[in-house]
Design a protein around this ligand. Structure first.
Ligand SMILES: Nc1nc2c(c(=O)[nH]1)N[C@H]1C(S)=C(S)[C@@H](COP(=O)(O)O)O[C@H]1N2
Ligand SMILES: [Mo]
Length: 331
């Protein structure tokens, strides 16, 4: 933005924390030091006293909020699955970068009520303080958009993760959190929100993070933003390479989640020819859900697959949410 001083980045290069492997996701709420971290350009370092969030565009009363202003709003805490959709340069590669965390902050809908959103606004553009080169493109900012109608549900301007102030790598002093959308939409180091009538033209919305369906000829037949999290499930136990005893009942359990509510999670213990419905705990807000089933060891590869109420189901391969398989030894 013209006239705006750039915040120093440290590091000033892409930064990520290697996520836990599925069998290490033992806790319902992932400890902060084990959460995923993804930064396209590095980590902006900002003192909270220097930070502010402006809300502008199609509003009657533009606002500029300090961290104290944000904290003066009612604090809302939401436990939500937080999943990276993987590299936008390799959209069909499953990376299983996921955790479940408790976000705390102000509800965006409360802030928007204060600004008087105009009737022609349809999208919220969120801009972070980071910048740099990504995929050979010089980017002035990390900008994402989301449909305005989504805001009413549970979108937060979060300043807490797991009950304490955000760490620098997670977006300190404040970030957007869009529960149910892939992590990439939850803009960190949030400095402005702009209400607009159309989608943002940021490369992070037009070039990358677009689901493209192609015909065999290569022609693109549909393009949709990488917003909603597709159904997914991971077996936590048994761990890969465990040694199990034939005939002895063993619990298979894991986590499943989706933006649309889940209809079922099934487990295959027989090389994909047969699927058995697992027990799925009741939904609790935006948290991932535990599934479990009992199994008599006999085969060597276990898989789970989730289906949403819209009928969307995990595929075996070539998708970011492709089915995960665990190979075990049976003696
Ligand atoms: N400003 C900004 N926000 C960002 C990113 C970024 O690089 N810059 N990365 C996004 C991506 S791809 C993911 S998966 C999540 C990761 O959030 P976390 O690092 O707090 O887990 O932040 C999103 N928000
Ligand atoms: Mo991501």
């Amino acid at each position: 933005m013209p006239g705006m001083a750039r915040v120093p980045l440290n590091p000033s290069s892409p930064f990520m924390r290697h996520p836990l492997k599925p069998h290490q996701l033992l806790e319902r709420v992932t400890p902060t030091e084990d959460t995923i971290v993804l930064c396209h350009f590095g980590i902006p370092r900002m003192a909270s006293a220097d930070w502010s969030l402006s809300i502008d565009g199609l509003v009657d009363r533009p606002l500029r909020l300090s961290l104290d202003d944000l904290k003066s709003k009612p604090l809302t805490r939401i436990t939500s699955v937080h999943e990276c959709c993987g590299s936008p340069l390799k959209p069909n590669e499953p990376t299983r970068r996921v955790c479940n965390v408790v976000w705390g902050g102000a509800r965006l809908s409360d802030l928007l009520d204060d600004c008087g959103v105009r009737s022609n606004a349809r999208f919220v553009w969120a801009r972070g303080a980071d910048y740099g080169v990504f995929g050979d493109v010089e980017c002035n900012a990390f900008i994402k958009d989301l449909p305005l109608e989504r805001v009413a549900a549970d979108v937060l301007i979060a300043y807490e993760m797991n009950g304490v102030m955000l760490r620098p790598e997670n977006g300190f002093p404040a970030r957007l959190v869009v529960p149910g959308y892939y992590g990439t939409n939850s803009v960190k180091w949030l400095v402005s929100l702009t209400l607009a009538g159309q989608r943002a033209d940021s490369p992070f919305m037009t070039r990358w993070y677009v689901n493209r369906v192609r015909e065999n000829s290569g022609k693109i037949t549909s393009e949709t933003p990488v917003w909603s999290i597709a159904p997914e499930s991971l077996i936590v136990s048994p761990a890969p390479d465990s040694t199990l005893t034939t005939g002895q009942d063993t619990e298979i359990w894991g986590w499943a989640w989706s933006d649309s509510p889940l209809a079922a999670v099934e487990v295959s213990a027989d090389d994909l020819s047969e699927w058995t419905e697992a027990m799925l705990e009741p939904a609790s807000g935006r948290s991932w859900r535990r599934f479990a089933t009992t199994w008599r060891p006999g085969v060597r590869t276990l898989r789970s697959r989730a289906t949403s109420i819209d009928g969307e189901q995990q595929l075996i391969s070539d998708a970011r949410n492709a089915i995960y398989g665990v190979s075990v030894n049976v003696t």
